[in-house]
Design a protein around this ligand. Structure first.
Ligand code: ATP
Length: 236
């Protein structure tokens, strides 16, 4: 079943057009990755889907309900949860308090404190520590756990690997199959192309506000991706 369907999505900042007719569908149970260089429109796309950027009158259907033009709260209640770029934890609150904030207004579903700790065992010993006492990777785990605590149908992740060491990125991405096993679909925005290709069932490449390439990673060549990502023939 199609969980998220977007047709011909546009977005503007004043006179500046940031998105030009984006089409995308995420099926239930899928992991989808959006890749693209700085300024390609990835964050604007996420902001539009989560109601942070106006989409009134456009076609965004989530779980068979039109959500374009609705506020962030209503979209969250419908089952979309965002892991924002930069993690944005409440740094003076403990890990557990941060996770519980994510549970406010939660939907029914598989995610609970216990399940988040099972997903990220590193957090168990830190549960009473403040956000300030965590490594970057642990903060990212809390940010993902906090979003999962609302029991979303679709988890949106904005550049979750940014600024983290490769080993930590692996730990974070190792959680993706477990998240999916519990029935949560995932849409990640990722600048690390190899990581996106490794984790996703389907990849969309954005360039200058347009989808320049999409498909299953196994169907896409390095040359196609380089062209769609950078607008040139050879990988940089
Ligand atoms: P990054 O990886 O750097 O976050 P991105 O792919 O997420 O890039 P966006 O942040 O969506 O790209 O930006 C898309 C375009 O919209 C860029 O040209 C950017 O300069 C512009 N833009 C983004 N936010 C604003 C804003 N608040 N006001 C005006 N223009 C903006």
């Amino acid at each position: 079943m199609t969980l998220l369907e977007i047709k011909d999505l546009t977005a503007h900042y004043g006179d500046f057009q940031a998105l030009f007719g984006i089409n995308m569908a995420v099926q239930e149970g899928e992991t989808v990755a959006i890749i693209g260089a700085n300024g390609a429109g990835k964050s604007t796309f996420l902001r539009a889907v989560t109601g942070l950027h106006s989409t009134r009158g456009q076609h965004i259907v989530f779980d068979e309900t039109p959500i374009a033009g609705k506020g962030g709260d209503a979209i969250h209640k419908a089952g979309l949860a965002m892991v924002p770029e930069g993690r944005r934890l409440f740094r003076s609150l403990s890990v557990e308090e941060n996770l519980l904030i994510g549970a406010a207004g939660k939907r029914k579903g598989p995610w609970s404190l216990e399940e988040v700790y099972r997903l990220f065992p590193d957090l168990v010993a830190k549960k009473h520590n403040p956000g300030t006492a965590l490594s970057g990777g642990q903060q990212q785990m809390v940010a993902i756990g906090r979003a999962l605590m609302s029991n979303p149908k679709l988890l949106l992740c904005d550049e979750i690997s940014l600024g983290l060491a490769p080993r930590i990125i692996k730990d974070i991405y190792d959680a993706v199959p477990q998240i999916r096993e519990r029935g949560t679909s995932i849409l990640v925005v990722e600048q690390d192309v190899s990581q996106a290709m490794a984790v996703a069932d389907k990849v969309f490449c954005f360039m200058e506000g347009r989808v320049t390439l999409s498909g299953a990673p196994s169907e896409l060549s390095r040359e196609q991706i380089a062209k769609a990502y950078f607008g040139m023939g050879e990988a940089a």
